[in-house]
Design a protein around this ligand. Structure first.
Ligand code: AMP
Length: 270
């Protein structure tokens, strides 16, 4: 496994590889990330994982500073998985050039996290575009856990690049909580709350699948969760999977949630 920090070194290693699978991460690696790597290893000759806590996608500086970092641990996990290349650039390396054109997200997609985290997805699209220009992978892998991220990336890059954008299933723990680097910050009782919320929303999803009328219960569910667990919900919404519009059908929707347990913000979708 080659650990690479500089773009010019990376170029040396990958210039002759035509079939690279790229898994961008911010580290704090867990089985969710590893499932993306597994997918990449299935489809690509070589797998490249980046670990880069991208400052431009954090709307709050404190969130950036407290984001879980565990490089040593991450590298040993990647080594076990026989990843070919790990790219760990500095901010300077990635942002050495100013962008010519500002990234603009269509107003109709200023919903869900895009509404609550100003500049977040603009930062994500910027960094992914920079990575894609450097790496030019054949495939890039994203988790369904961050569905809106996948959706916006797909929209933004569809006509711009040849790289195939692959969506991988959300990996959950035995309590049904979607794995996330941020889960490390949760205390025992907070894990219980996150688990109850996930279970409740899985039940709601199944009910709606059976009968669309059950989607009318969403506000009651939101109030119940807020009062029962003393959490702050940014949003709890049902949207169509393809367009993220509010017009959805029984078999083509997702329930999206973002909430705060104390100071930790979690997102999920079902
Ligand atoms: P992050 O390190 O949080 O930026 O995530 C890197 C990639 O891993 C993103 O494409 C995420 O959607 C994906 N990911 C994070 N958590 C999970 C999970 N529980 N299951 C599947 N993919 C995930």
């Amino acid at each position: 496994m080659k650990i690479i920090k500089k773009i010019n070194h990376l170029n040396k290693y990958i210039s002759n590889v035509s079939n690279i699978g790229f898994v961008p991460t911010m580290g704090g690696l867990h089985n969710g990330h590893l499932s993306l790597i597994k997918e990449s290893k299935k489809t690509s000759d070589k797998t490249l994982v980046s670990i880069f806590v991208n400052p431009t996608q954090f709307d709050k500086k404190k969130d950036f500073l407290t984001y879980p970092r565990s490089l040593k641990n991450d590298l040993s996990k990647l080594k076990i998985k026989k990843v070919d290349f790990v790219f760990i650039p500095t901010s300077k390396e990635i942002y050495y050039k100013k962008r010519k054109r500002k990234i603009v997200i269509n107003k109709k997609y200023k919903i869900l996290c895009s509404k609550f985290r100003k500049g977040h997805f603009e930062g994500v699209l910027d960094v992914i575009e920079r990575f894609l220009k450097i790496i030019r992978p054949k495939f890039i892998f994203f988790g369904e856990k961050d569905y809106q991220q996948y959706f916006l990336i797909k929209k933004y890059f569809k006509k711009k690049i040849k790289t195939k954008i692959i969506l991988c299933k959300t990996i959950r723990d035995k309590n049904k909580i979607a794995l996330s680097s941020r889960n490390q910050l949760l205390k025992k009782n907070e894990i219980k709350i996150a688990s109850s919320i996930a279970k409740k929303l899985i039940i709601l999803k199944n009910k709606i699948k059976k009968n669309l009328k059950n989607s009318k219960n969403l506000i009651q569910v939101k109030n119940f969760l807020t009062n029962r667990f003393k959490i702050k919900i940014d949003y709890l919404e049902i949207r169509d999977k393809k367009k993220l519009s509010k017009n959805f059908k029984k078999n083509n929707f997702k329930i999206f949630i973002a909430y705060h347990i104390n100071k930790i913000r979690l997102i999920d979708n079902f």
